[in-house]
Design a binder for this molecule. Structure first.
Ligand code: SF4
Length: 653
């Protein structure tokens, strides 16, 4: 009997991600009676390990005959360290690496990782089972497709990989139910992976989704999916991550969403779902989102993934978005079912320029998407099409290895960079310099601060819908004023350093009392909040129009900064009916022109209860945790929604 260990350390702390990779590999392998009889599967490693000692506290390398490491960005460093250690202490152990991290294109891969015996490209289920069978029979793996074999340091490639069709064996959650029930019973909340299909028909060059882009979609059998959903409910799984590249692309996805909602009604679980939405078929997607939203199963903003809005930039990333009228239609439908959509963009694509970037950032506002914009910086994933040498040469791409960019980087993780490893980010291309890249980054942070955290969102909307000034022009004008400030210079220097200097971080330290390095837009928001009056003065000191001055005052009344008083019970007077004005803009899906506010004096009172109890002894950290959030549209945060002001003109005379 030989022992197999699968290592898949998790991404997040404080939760239990059920070890789906282990389950899938074992379930498929055990459908072969010979493999089943000859292998004992050690309890998998799927909880946080920081050091080799954490590993050896649980496992003795001498007990392991086959080690499978599932390597992702968040765990590859510790996985490689474990593999190296095991090989050193047990040279006979066969070490097999899978996942998207080992660089498949590199013919010298085993110079870097001499302790790895075999790398599996793409789906691991069938090749891993074949490797186990060959080991028992003392046969070579030359005929197993999809492998890179370490032949005395030389990378020997077998036939092209064959995508797995989910046609062998039952669901891992069902096959290993008893063991998975034990895992799910750990004290931390459990998260589980739900795979209803694999493969993405698109081939965006930055992406390596499941190492299965530019492929036909392979469906998991319906029965298996519904059995798994029932299992999740019964076993109290907190959150389900649907790993499909395009959830909503298939008609059956509506029924899957329905089953998740019904399971929550029946068992109280799963409480939340997370998914990646398909780009087309608005009707189906809106139906799915409405179901999840009504069942209170969505804890984040609904993102429409643009990456860019410019045709030439999209062409360079080989991505095709739905046309604007179709997106507009989707925005309308989401607003109708009371869902505020957000947008996602990638900064630093090939063929991007500072101006094209500004256009993309403001185009999403033109489409009526005013809640969260999530901006990612272009990361070079080891096996994505963008790391093909021809592509790199074509667009003259230059990447740098840096501390990973995270949403609030925990300062405690800095000493653990040795475990986390560095990630590769694009900072230069044929169309932009590193200085341009930093400029794009400052513009991103500036508009996120102004529009998403809200310092100027209402003012920008008024310029668009009452004065006919597009968002691009409005924010460019403000940005030119911002460029004269110290905030601009500091942030620009910081981002340029990231692009040019080894050891620098993207996230920024704002204050010793905070446990995280902040995202640039959060850093900027807090910095500007220190003197909000100065900010508005810098931006609008030339305004003389009474209506606009009144709106600027309304905008200021709507902001909750760390210096704000509890807005509860604050009553203020406006010369225009701004609440009715913004309500009408929203009800017209932000498509109206030349619309003017009613010239009637109004008194407003903030009626949201969200901030009650928050303001007693509010520390900077509390403020960041409770108010400075990005889940725009799903809760109150730095900008009080106009919908949370009650007109009390008649109540108070
Ligand atoms: S970004 Fe989305 S649509 Fe594009 S290849 Fe990746 S999974 Fe497919």
């Amino acid at each position: 009997m030989k022992n197999v260990l699968i290592c898949q350390p998790p991404m997040y702390q404080g939760t239990t991600w059920l070890p789906y990779v282990y389950g899938s590999l074992r379930t498929v392998a055990e459908q072969d009676e010979e493999v089943k009889q000859n292998y004992n599967w050690l309890s998998p490693l799927f909880r946080q390990v920081d050091t080799i000692k954490d590993f050896t506290d649980q496992y003795d390398p001498k007990d392991i005959d086959v080690l499978g490491i599932s390597c992702y960005e968040w765990n590859h460093i510790i996985n490689f360290k474990i593999a190296e250690y095991v090989k050193l202490h047990n040279p006979n152990c066969l070490i097999v690496a899978g996942g998207p991290q080992p660089p498949w294109r590199d013919d010298k891969v085993f110079d870097t990782y001499p302790y790895i015996d075999i790398i599996i490209k793409g789906d691991g289920e069938v090749p891993f089972s074949s490797i186990l069978k060959n080991l028992v029979n003392n046969r070579s793996n030359d005929l197993v497709p999809g492998l890179i074999i370490n032949n005395q340091g030389v990378a020997q490639r077998t036939a092209k990989e064959v995508p797995y069709k989910f046609d062998i064996g039952p669901s891992p959650y069902i096959h290993l139910s008893k063991q998975f029930e034990e895992f799910a019973a750990y004290p931390e909340p459990s998260f589980a992976t739900l795979e209803t299909n694999k493969g993405c028909p698109y081939k965006c060059t930055f992406c390596d989704w499941g190492s299965a882009t530019n492929q036909k979609i392979r469906k998991v059998g319906k029965d298996r999916v519904y059995e798994e959903i029932e299992w999740f409910g019964k076993n109290g799984i907190e959150m389900i991550y649907i790993t499909d590249a395009n959830f909503g692309i298939l008609p059956e996805d509506v029924n899957i969403a329905k089953a998740l909602v019904e399971t929550k009604e029946k068992y109280g679980f799963p409480r939340n779902v997370f998914y990646n939405l398909a780009k087309n078929n608005d009707d189906r997607i809106v139906d799915i989102l409405k179901m999840f939203n009504d069942a209170n199963m969505i804890d984040i903003t609904i993102m429409i993934n643009f990456q860019s809005t410019l045709d030439n930039v999209l062409d360079a990333m080989e991505r095709f978005n739905a046309p604007f009228p179709k997106i507009k239609n989707m925005v309308r439908r989401l607003i109708d079912v009371n869902i505020a959509p957000g947008s996602a963009l990638i900064q630093g694509a090939p063929l991007e320029t500072v101006d094209s970037w500004k256009k993309s950032v403001t185009d999403v506002y033109e489409l009526g998407i005013h809640e969260e914009t999530r901006i990612f910086i272009w990361q070079q994933l080891p096996n994505a099409p963008a790391t093909d040498p021809e592509y790199i040469e074509k667009y003259k791409l230059q990447a740098v290895d840096r501390v990973p960019v995270m949403n609030r980087f925990n300062k405690d993780l800095l000493p653990k960079i040795g475990r986390l490893g560095l990630s590769s980010y694009l900072v230069e291309s044929s169309s932009y310099t590193r200085d341009d890249w930093a400029e794009m980054g400052v513009f991103s942070a500036f508009t996120l601060m102004c529009h998403n955290f809200g310092f100027t969102r209402y003012i920008a909307q008024y310029h668009k819908h009452s004065l006919g000034i597009p968002y691009f022009d409005f924010y460019n004008t403000l940005y030119d004023k911002f460029k004269t400030t110290e905030h601009y210079s500091k942030l620009k220097d910081h981002l340029y350093k990231f692009a040019a200097q080894d050891g620098s971080t993207f996230n920024i330290d704002y204050d010793d009392s905070l446990p995280w390095l902040l995202d640039p837009e959060e850093y900027l928001f807090l910095s500007v909040s220190e003197d909000q009056e100065l900010f508005y003065h810098t931006m609008f000191s030339d305004v003389t129009d009474a209506e606009l001055l009144d709106l600027i005052s309304f905008q200021q009344q709507s902001m909750i900064t760390v210096k704000s008083k509890n807005p509860k019970d604050v009553i203020f007077t406006m010369n225009q009916d701004w609440v009715a004005y913004f309500r009408y803009l929203k009800s017209s899906y932000y498509e109206i022109e030349d619309y003017k506010p009613a010239q009637t004096k109004r008194k407003y009172q903030c009626i949201t209860s969200h901030y009650n109890n928050i303001f007693d002894n509010l520390s900077l950290k509390d403020y960041c945790v409770k108010i400075l959030k990005r889940k725009a549209g799903r809760q109150d945060y730095t900008l009080i929604s106009f919908e949370k002001f009650k007109d009390v003109t008649n109540d108070t005379n």
